[in-house]
Design a protein. Structure first.
Length: 291
């Protein structure tokens, strides 16, 4: 990784963090007027429309995981809607902080369900991360139950990541992305039908913007990871928290309390410890296989 490519990748991750913050702001602006299931459908529809020219060049029939693609798309839709509910009702910075538990949940899921050896350092890091969760949600008098939806979204996203570990062995990244976007649209329409109200033109404009931002966000992150190592970029993903905190302050006059930053800091540190421990464990395993 050269210095220029690293700077470009970091800039792309910063831009993606700002787009993630704008996504949360749009959901809050639509809250109470457009049902989260309807938001989920239009997010999938406009996101698909934004990348349709690229998808047309992908051979979808070659994939061996068709029904698993549908299941993964359903989980993805549920994860998005859960996070949208949290963004609509809970403090944005708190909700965003809880989404950072996803890497820790993947680590624990790989240990419990896939039988992977994660090592003591990664296990302790994951447990410490959930201590940070308790600080963010503030159990007791200050507890906001809407934050549970953000945590549920992280759990569902972790489940998707565990599925992808199996699916990527026999499928390409292009087909995985294309199938996910295509399957989410009919699933989103079925879910939204029961609560359907047609958005106004202004609301449709925000929904279209959200879908385009989501597609652009995915493109920026994909390009960033093509330019730099995961170990370099993973910490930059946490820029989403200050980005959403600043936007929440500018648009809604929300000020994140100290407990949010302390808890988020613990979650971020635990995730980075788990990432580095996992990297060392992988390198050690590769070294043993050489001899």
């Amino acid at each position: 990784m050269t210095g220029r490519s690293g700077l470009l990748a970091a800039g792309l991750m910063l831009a993606a963090a700002v787009l993630a913050g704008l996504d949360a702001v749009i959901v809050r602006l639509l809250a109470g007027e457009v049902h989260p299931l309807v938001i989920g459908f239009f997010r999938a529809l406009f996101g698909l429309a934004a990348v349709l020219p690229w998808i047309r060049r992908v051979d979808l029939r070659a994939s061996p995981w068709r029904w698993m693609h549908v299941l993964r798309a359903g989980l993805k839709l549920a994860a998005l809607v859960a996070v949208f509910v949290a963004f609509a009702h809970a403090p944005l910075a708190d909700a965003m902080a809880l989404t950072f538990t996803m890497p820790l949940l993947v680590t624990l899921g790989a240990w419990v369900f896939l039988g992977e050896s994660i090592g003591r350092a990664r296990l302790l890091g994951a447990l410490a991360g959930f201590g940070g969760v308790l600080i963010v949600v503030r159990p007791g008098a200050g507890f906001d139950p809407w934050l549970l939806f953000a945590f549920a979204g992280a759990v569902l996203t972790a489940a998707i990541q565990l599925m992808l570990r199996h699916m990527t062995h026999a499928d390409t990244t292009q087909r995985l992305v294309a199938w996910n976007l295509i399957a989410m649209v009919p699933l989103g329409l079925l879910a939204a039908a029961a609560v359907w109200t047609t958005p106004s033109p202004a609301q449709l404009g925000l929904l279209a913007l959200q879908g385009a931002l989501g597609a652009l966000n995915m493109t920026l992150i994909t390009r960033a990871f093509a330019l730099a190592d995961v170990s370099f970029l993973a910490p930059l993903d946490f820029l989403r928290l200050p980005a959403v905190a600043v936007l929440a302050w500018l648009v809604f006059a929300e000020v994140a309390p100290g407990s949010t930053w302390i808890g988020a800091g613990i979650i971020v540190a635990a995730s980075l410890i788990s990432l580095q421990a996992g990297k060392r464990q992988k390198n050690s395993s590769q070294e043993r296989q050489r001899y």
